[in-house]
Each structure stands twice: as C-alpha cells, then as structure tokens.
Ligand binder design. Structure first.
Ligand code: ZN
Length: 246
C-alpha cells in the first residue's frame, strides 16, 4: 500500500493541488493536522482533506480556528490569521475540524500533530531529546509514526531497546529506508508553509511493502498563493515568508 502523508497544509490550495497532482497514484491520504491557518483558502483545503483523507488529526491552528485552543498563545500574525480563518470557515468544516482526534492509530502506523504526550499535545519535536520524550517513549508497540507541527522535513530513528535517537534532515527530499530493528517518527514537512529554508511544498509517500518513505518537494505557484493572502487582508508577512520557506 502506498500512502501520501500531507501535513500542515495551512489553507494553501495552490500548494495542496500541486502535491495531490504529484501523489496521484497513491492508495490513501493521511493528514497529521493544521489543515487551516495562515493561508487564504481554508474551506477549499478542508473540503479536499475531509473528502479524501483516510484519517486526519487535529493541529493547533485547526484547534484555534474552532475555539478549542486559546489564541493568546499565538504570535500576532498567527492570531490574526486564526481569527480570519474562524470567521471564514463553513459550518460543515468547523464541525469537521472540531471532531478531529489528536492521535490516529492506523494499522501499521500512528498519525499525530505535535506530540504523543496528552499533557503536552502541541509541544514541538525539534531534537533527539524531544523526539524521545514526546514520541518514542509513548509509542509502545508501534514502530512508525508520522507527525507535523514544525514544518521541517526530517526524521528520527531509535534502535530497539535503546534510548539513543538519530535526527536526519530531509530538506531537499529523498528516500528513508526503514530498517526492521529501528522505530521511526517522520515529519514529511509542510505542504502549505515550509520553514526549512526550501520554499517548495513538501509531503511524503509511505510504501508499506517496500518499507520506504519518500520525502518529495514540489514546485507550486507561490505567487498565486501570496496574491490570495494579500487580497484577503491577512498580514503580508504570511505571504512574504512563502518565497523563502522560512
Ligand atoms: Zn502548522
């Protein structure tokens, strides 16, 4: 089975469409969260994920847009975008986001947004220490998980019976060969707002038979996404940052 992992779409329909075109032949789609927030087309992105994803989990921006998370934790730009998104979302999409689970255990792998630790659900996995504390220590028998939240394409590997964790960046894409005696948590990057210095949209393809995950970078029409953000009256920094992927 081949699954596309499409995370942190953030209302960027131009990026999502480019990714879906590239992922055309997959059997299933999974979304580790943040479908909305920052971008100008939250409903269009929500409609696609709602209709096509086998499973999706709740991101902090999804939560903020439907009143499940206190926006005072956000920086002013993120807060402005969350307020705009909240007013733009259709009733149907508000209900969809409100009911997303935090963790989705699928046969074969787990999907989550920020962390597997319930008391710290939107903490950030940014280094081997946080990868252990927020994911590997809570994975029990699961061997593979996909997450999002940091908008950085990278993965962490932990050998069975050990606590040492390797961190490998995948900024330019590439293939991860899953070894049988390791557990993995993989961030397939962000579709709609990459922050790893590469402005191309990013997603993953997990091939369960081959035991491989491919991280794919996709060129998309950044200017079109930027134009829509500015036209919606969202903070212009949210448009500007798409050019640099930062
Ligand atoms: Zn995000």
């Amino acid at each position: 089975m081949r699954c596309a992992i499409v995370s942190d779409v953030h209302g960027n329909l131009d990026a999502l469409n480019a990714v879906l075109e590239k992922a055309e032949a997959v059997d299933a789609l999974y979304c580790p969260g943040d479908i909305v927030g920052y971008g100008a087309e939250p409903n269009e992105c929500c409609n696609i994920i709602r209709e096509r994803a086998a499973a999706a989990t709740l991101g902090n921006h999804d939560a903020a847009a439907v009143g499940l998370l206190d926006m005072s934790w956000f920086n002013p730009y993120a807060r402005a975008a969350a307020q705009w998104t909240a007013s733009a979302l259709s009733d149907e999409n508000q209900e969809y986001l409100t009911n997303l689970p935090l963790i989705q255990p699928d046969p074969g792998f787990i999907v989550f947004h920020g962390s597997l630790v319930q008391s710290d659900k939107f903490a950030y996995i940014v280094n081997p220490h946080s990868a252990w504390a927020l994911a590997f220590s809570a994975m029990e028998d699961s061997r593979l998980a996909f997450f999002g939240h940091t908008h950085i394409a990278e993965y962490y590997a932990c050998r069975d019976g050990e606590k040492g964790v390797d961190q490998i960046r995948m900024t330019d894409g590439g293939t991860i060969d899953l070894k049988p005696n390791f557990k993995y948590i993989i961030n397939c990057g962000s579709v709609g707002q990459p922050r790893d210095g590469n402005p191309k949209a990013c997603f993953g393809i997990y091939d369960s038979e081959a035991g491989k995950v491919e991280i794919v970078r996709v060129k998309y029409n950044i200017k079109s996404a930027q134009k829509k953000i500015r036209a919606a009256g969202l903070p212009s920094i949210l448009a500007d940052r798409l050019s640099s992927g930062s």
